[in-house]
Every structure is written in structure tokens, then in C-alpha cells.
Write a protein that binds this ligand. Structure first.
Ligand code: FMN
Length: 197
């Protein structure tokens, strides 16, 4: 089958692309609300896109009524966010935190999640996350209903048990996002294939 996303199949773009471009990493993003409470929401339109400077991107779409999601609002106002990584044990809490709450109502408080102060940004990270990135917003590009947020990674936190201090290789099993809305995958079945040198 062929789909013309510039014309007749434009309304299918999300269903087709989110089933096809998988598995996607999940960024459980914390930001600060205007009253100082902590907002948390997952985003799978997310990836690392460079290391010099170290850059990540994620992309909140607007809500159906055209208004920005709380995460996008907070990134624009404060210019900071933290990417918290998610393993299977955190998956239920991460999914519950995607429920639309009124602005200022904290998913962190609702889930009873402990947080830890960050070092380079005011936004705390989630204590149970196996790893986290403290980020400063570099730019926000608005394209249609998307707000592409580019962040510069300031600090990386990794649970000591997961990292080989010599090679810096991190051994962990994040979950990945598969077809929307409810599918995920495990990353427990990994293999190595050396590159030609
Ligand atoms: C695993 C997962 C991945 C998601 N990825 C995205 C995404 O990339 N972009 C987006 O706009 N919404 C995404 N969502 C939905 C948001 O998390 C949801 O709209 C949330 O309420 C936004 O919260 P906020 O208003 O506090 O920012 C995702 C939800 C889940 C469960």
C-alpha cells in the first residue's frame, strides 16, 4: 500500500508513522510549573541528535484545542527540562502520568514519586529513574501542531549499578514505545555485531 501523507492520507499520519518508526525511546520529562510544582509527562517523539554539543530533541504536539501541552509551556517559560529514562518497573507510573491533568496539578505528587534536586537546572529528576539528563532549552521550533524542543544536555546521571566506569558502557533495559496507543517492547534481547574497521 502507498499512503500520500501530503493529501488523502494526511489524517493517518500519526497512526502509520507511530506504528512504523519503532521502537522509540521514551523521555519522561520533568519541568517546573509556574507555582514551582513538578510536571511529569512521557514523550516518545524523542531522541539524542548530537554529541558536540550534546543535544536531545523531543516534540510535544498541541492539544486537540490547539493549546500547548504543559511541558511545552514550562519549557518556554523556564528554558529547562530533565529527561528521566524509564525501565519496566517505572512503566505503569510513566503511563499514568500521561493523563491530562489541569495545569499546575503535579503528576509527581499524584504518583507519590520521590525526586532529587538537579545540579545545573532548577527542575528536579525522578529518584527511581535509572538515568536522567539535565537539559537547557536551546530552541523551540513551531511547525504546524508540533513544538520541536531542542535541548543541550548539561549533566548526565546514571545509577552506579548500571555503568562500567572504565568503558562508560551503560548496561540497562529501557522499555521502548511501539504502536500507539498502548504497545511497548522490552530490550532484554540484545546482540552485538562488530563494525568493519
Ligand atoms: C509512552 C508515551 C509517549 C508519548 N509521547 C508523546 C509525544 O511524543 N508527543 C506528545 O505530544 N504526546 C506524547 N504522549 C502524550 C503525553 O504524555 C500527554 O499528552 C500528556 O498529558 C502531556 O502532559 P503535559 O500536558 O503535562 O505536558 C505520550 C504518551 C505516552 C504514554
Amino acid at each position: 500500500m502507498e499512503f500520500d501523507l501530503t493529501g488523502p492520507h494526511a489524517d493517518d499520519a500519526y497512526r502509520i508513522l507511530s506504528s512504523l518508526v519503532t521502537p522509540r525511546p521514551i523521555a519522561w520529562i520533568t519541568t517546573l510549573n509556574e507555582d514551582g510544582s513538578i510536571n511529569a509527562a512521557p514523550f516518545s517523539h524523542f531522541n539524542v541528535v548530537g554529541d558536540d554539543p550534546p543535544m536531545v530533541m523531543f516534540c510535544p504536539s498541541n492539544r486537540d484545542d490547539g493549546t500547548p501541552k504543559d511541558t511545552a509551556l514550562n519549557c518556554r517559560r523556564n528554558g529547562e527540562f530533565v529527561v528521566n529514562f524509564v525501565d519496566e518497573s517505572l512503566c505503569p507510573m510513566m503511563v499514568r502520568s500521561s493523563a491530562p491533568l489541569p495545569y499546575g496539578e503535579s503528576e509527581i505528587t499524584r504518583e507519590g514519586l520521590a525526586t532529587v534536586a538537579s545540579n545545573s537546572v532548577a527542575v528536579p529528576r525522578i529518584a527511581l529513574a535509572p538515568a536522567a539528563l539535565e537539559c537547557q532549552v536551546h530552541d523551540i521550533l513551531e511547525m504546524g501542531n508540533n513544538r520541536l524542543i531542542i535541548g543541550l544536555v548539561q549533566r548526565v546521571h546514571v545509577s552506579d549499578a548500571l555503568i562500567d566506569p572504565l568503558t562508560k558502557r551503560i548496561h540497562y533495559h529501557p522499555i521502548g514505545r511501539m504502536a500507539s496507543p498502548d504497545w511497548y517492547c522490552r530490550t532484554t534481547d540484545q546482540f552485538s555485531m562488530p563494525r568493519p574497521r
